[in-house]
Ligand binder design. Structure first.
Ligand SMILES: Cc1cc2nc3c(=O)[nH]c(=O)nc-3n(C[C@H](O)[C@H](O)[C@H](O)COP(=O)(O)O)c2cc1C
Length: 394
C-alpha cells in the first residue's frame, strides 16, 4: 500500500491498496434499501449508487448482499447467490468506473437474523406467519439454537458440513463480484449476522472446533476470509466489517476485535471497517452511547495495535470531523451512511469546505464550469452586498 499526491487535506489524498487506488478517503457505507427483486439489482440501485459516485466518494459499497438466497437480511435486499445477479451489479460497476469512482460489494449471510422488515415497517423480525405467506424459502441458522431476541425464531444449529458450505458460498460470491467488475469486496462480519453470531459467546455455545475458546469462535470468520481471499484477485482489496464490541456484558469486546483484526490481516484482509452492536435486540436498542464519531476509537485502537488499515464509521457529520480522523491517524478511510443519504454530494462539498470554496474542480465535468461561472457571479453579488444571508449558497 502506498500514499501518493501528499498535499492538501488528508481526506482528499489518494490511497492505493494492492492494485486499486481510491482517489480520496471517503467511502459510502453499506445501506440496505429493500428495492431488489429476487436479489437482482434494479434501476433504483443504479441511480442510488450512481448519485454517490457523481457525489465524489472514492468508493461506493453496496448494501449487504446475500451469498445464499435464504440468507437475506430483508426479502428485497441484493443477492449474489447466482450468476443471474452479475449483470445488474456490473452495470453499476461500469457506471462507477466511467465516472471516476470505485464500486464494492458487501457480502453477507444474515444467519439467525434472516428476514426482517424494512425500518419503515418497524424493522422487526418477520413472523413465521408472514414468512409462510411470502412464499420465500427462508431459514434462520446459527452456531447454536439461541434466538437473536424476543421476536426472532430459534435458529437451526449449523452442522460442520453446512458451515463449510457457507464458507464456499462466500468464495463463490467473491468470484461473481469479480465477474461483476467490483473493485472491493467487504465481508460483513458485524451486526449480529452469521459471522458475528459465531464470534460472540452470547450466541455461540458450541462444543466443537467452532465454539468455546475465542480462537474457536473466530474460526468461521477466518476460514471465510481465507476462502474469499483465494477466490478474489490478489490485486483487489478485501475489507471486513466487524462489530468491534457487542455492547453487552460478557460478550465480544474490543480486545477480541484487536486479536481478530490481526488474524484477518494475516489472511489478506486489507481494511477493517469498524462498526459495533447488533447482536441482539437489546444491543440494537443500545447499550452503546451513540455520540459524534462514537466508533472512531475502535478504528484507532485496531489500527494502532495491528497496523491494519481501518475505516471509521458512525455519526461522522462534518468535513472537519472527517479530516481530523484521517489526519490524526485514527483511521485511513471514513465511511458515511445517513449523512450521505441526506447530502449525496457531501464529498464534493467537503472538498470545497476544506480547501478553496470557489473551486468546483472535483465536480462532474458536466457541472463543473457552470458552477464555477455562477460562483463568480455570486461572489460579485456578495461583494456588492446584493446577497442576503438567506440567499447565500455554501
Ligand atoms: C438505511 C440504512 C441501511 C443500512 N444497511 C446496512 C447494511 O446493509 N450493511 C451494514 O453493514 N450496515 C448497514 N447500515 C449501517 C451503516 O452502514 C452505518 O454503519 C451506520 O448507519 C452508521 O453510520 P452513519 O452514522 O454515517 O449513518 C445501514 C444504515 C442505514 C442508515
Amino acid at each position: 500500500m502506498a500514499e501518493v499526491g501528499a498535499t492538501g487535506p488528508r481526506l482528499f489524498r489518494p490511497l492505493t491498496i494492492r492494485g486499486v487506488t481510491l482517489k480520496n478517503r471517503l467511502v459510502i457505507s453499506p445501506m440496505c434499501q429493500h428495492e431488489a427483486r429476487d436479489g437482482l439489482a434494479q434501476d433504483f440501485h443504479l441511480v442510488h449508487y450512481g448519485k454517490f459516485v457523481l457525489g465524489g466518494a472514492a468508493l461506493v459499497l453496496t448494501e449487504n448482499t446475500a451469498v445464499l438466497s435464504y440468507s437475506l437480511v430483508g426479502i428485497d435486499d441484493l443477492g449474489i447467490w447466482s450468476d443471474d445477479h452479475i449483470p445488474g451489479l456490473r452495470r453499476i460497476a461500469d457506471f462507477a468506473h466511467a465516472h471516476g469512482g470505485l464500486f464494492g460489494i458487501q457480502l453477507a449471510h444474515s444467519g439467525r437474523k434472516a428476514f426482517c422488515e424494512p425500518l419503515w415497517k418497524g424493522g422487526d423480525a418477520l413472523s413465521l406467519e408472514t414468512l409462510a405467506e411470502s412464499g420465500v424459502a427462508w431459514r434462520r441458522v446459527g452456531p447454536s439454537p439461541i434466538a437473536a431476541g424476543r421476536l426472532w425464531s430459534v435458529p437451526e444449529e449449523l452442522s460442520r458440513e453446512e458451515i463449510h458450505a457457507i464458507t464456499l458460498a462466500f468464495a463463490d460470491a467473491a468470484r461473481r463480484a469479480d465477474a461483476a467488475r467490483a473493485d472491493v469486496v467487504e465481508l460483513h462480519f458485524g451486526h449480529g449476522y452469521l459471522a458475528a453470531s459465531f464470534l460472540s459467546p452470547l450466541a455461540n455455545r458450541r462444543s466443537d472446533e467452532y465454539g468455546g475458546s475465542r480462537e474457536n469462535r473466530m474460526r468461521f470468520a477466518i476460514e471465510t476470509a481465507r476462502a474469499v481471499r483465494a477466490a478474489w484477485p490478489a490485486t483487489k482489496p478485501l475489507f471486513a466489517r466487524l462489530s468491534c464490541v457487542d455492547g453487552a456484558e460478557d460478550s465480544w469486546g474490543l480486545e477480541d476485535s484487536v486479536v481478530l483484526a490481526g488474524a484477518l490481516r494475516d489472511e489478506g484482509v486489507d481494511v477493517i471497517d469498524c462498526s459495533s452492536g447488533g447482536l441482539t435486540e437489546e444491543t440494537r436498542v443500545g447499550n452503546l452511547a451513540r455520540g459524534l464519531g462514537f466508533q472512531v476509537p475502535f478504528a484507532e485502537e485496531i489500527r494502532a495495535r495491528t497496523g491494519v488499515l481501518t475505516q471509521a464509521v458512525g455519526i461522522i457529520l462534518t468535513p472537519g470531523q472527517a479530516e481530523e480522523i484521517v489526519a490524526g491517524g485514527q483511521a485511513d478511510l471514513v465511511a458515511l451512511g445517513r449523512e450521505a443519504l441526506r447530502t449525496p454530494y457531501w464529498p464534493l462539498e467537503a472538498a470545497r469546505a476544506l480547501g478553496d470554496p470557489d473551486d468546483f474542480g472535483l465536480w462532474p465535468i458536466q457541472h463543473r464550469d457552470w458552477l464555477q461561472r455562477r460562483q463568480r457571479v455570486l461572489n460579485r453579488l456578495r461583494a456588492e452586498g446584493a446577497l442576503q444571508e438567506k440567499e447565500r449558497t455554501p
